[in-house]
Design a protein around this ligand. Structure first.
Ligand SMILES: CC1=C(/C=C/C(C)=C/C=C/C(C)=C/C=O)C(C)(C)CCC1
Length: 273
């Protein structure tokens, strides 16, 4: 595969499986909360997206920073919640550190490209030290919090396997370009496991029928998001930018409500079990 075929493959992964894993948020929020008013949730979801857009227009670097922090928490929570024995504040901090460590490793490995995207996004020249120093600090904190969580019996023994996954994904990230590295991480390490957790919670099982049910109820939202991203590309005439930038714009807009929905799902799974 040449460079542009690899990019196309990466974008297809993100726009199909990656986007699908967020397309059932309304059904999830309806399931985990007391009211079944889907229109109310839809209005709330759209309101958060509009609020984030305004925040982004007014304070670009700040919104980008919040996007990274919140995304890191979300990734960490998805990776680790299954090993939790007892929910605690220490573990929530660990989610934040762990997910952000993965993001900062992606940034460190693809420094030039990331600096360029951050500049296109916000006009901010990201200093090298603001990438390398947090990566090292987060690395130390993650190790410390893993040990603390384990010693205080908050985490299962099985969490050790995460270390192996972590080494494998870091190795892959070193070998491939930013679009492919991010796509592999986002789809195989985040979206597919998240899809599985969501399906298990919504349907009580993860057989073929449950997967079809999930696709049946989420495809209209998925299609709207896909049309949204195409419109975004066309409307803001992003053609002089990378399509990758547009994908990150879309993620920035939809991540905040998605993280809230998924956090509530994880909480309800933990209180049920
Ligand atoms: C990798 C990367 C970035 C961050 C991406 C993030 C933080 C994505 C989060 C996605 C989520 C949480 C999706 C929802 O499930 C930047 C800063 C745009 C710069 C370019 C490289």
């Amino acid at each position: 595969m040449n460079g542009s075929q690899v990019q196309l493959f990466a974008f297809s992964l993100i726009l199909t499986i990656g986007m699908l894993h967020g397309a059932n948020d309304l059904s999830i929020i309806r399931k985990v909360s007391s009211s079944s008013n889907i229109i109310g949730y839809l209005m709330w979801y759209v309101f958060v997206i509009i609020a984030v857009s305004f925040l982004f227009v007014l304070f670009k670097p700040l919104t980008l920073f919040l996007f990274i922090l919140v995304s890191g928490f979300h990734f960490g929570e998805q990776h680790l919640f299954k090993y939790v024995l007892k929910p605690s504040r220490l573990l929530r901090v660990l989610y934040l550190f762990y997910g952000n460590l993965i993001l900062f490793i992606i940034f460190s490995i693809n420094l030039n490209k990331v600096q360029q995207i951050v500049f296109d996004f916000s006009g901010y020249n990201l200093p090298v030290l603001l990438v390398y120093v947090p990566t090292m600090v987060l690395g130390i904190l993650v190790l410390l919090f893993f040990i603390l969580g384990y010693n205080r019996n908050l985490l299962e023994k099985g969490v050790a396997i995460e270390l192996a996954y972590f080494i494998i994904i870091t190795g892959i990230l070193y070998l491939v370009s930013l679009p492919l590295g991010f796509a592999i991480y986002f789809v195989f390490w985040h979206s597919l496991p998240s899809l599985r957790d969501q399906i298990k919670h919504l349907y009580g099982k993860t057989d073929k029928q449950a997967y079809f049910g999930y696709i049946k109820s989420s495809w209209p939202y998925w299609l709207v998001s896909l049309l949204g991203i195409i419109l975004l590309y066309w409307f803001f005439s992003f053609n002089h930018y990378d399509f990758l930038n547009v994908i990150f714009y879309m993620l920035l807009l939809i991540t905040f409500p998605h993280v809230i929905v998924m956090h509530r799902l994880f909480n309800s799974i933990k209180t049920e079990s």
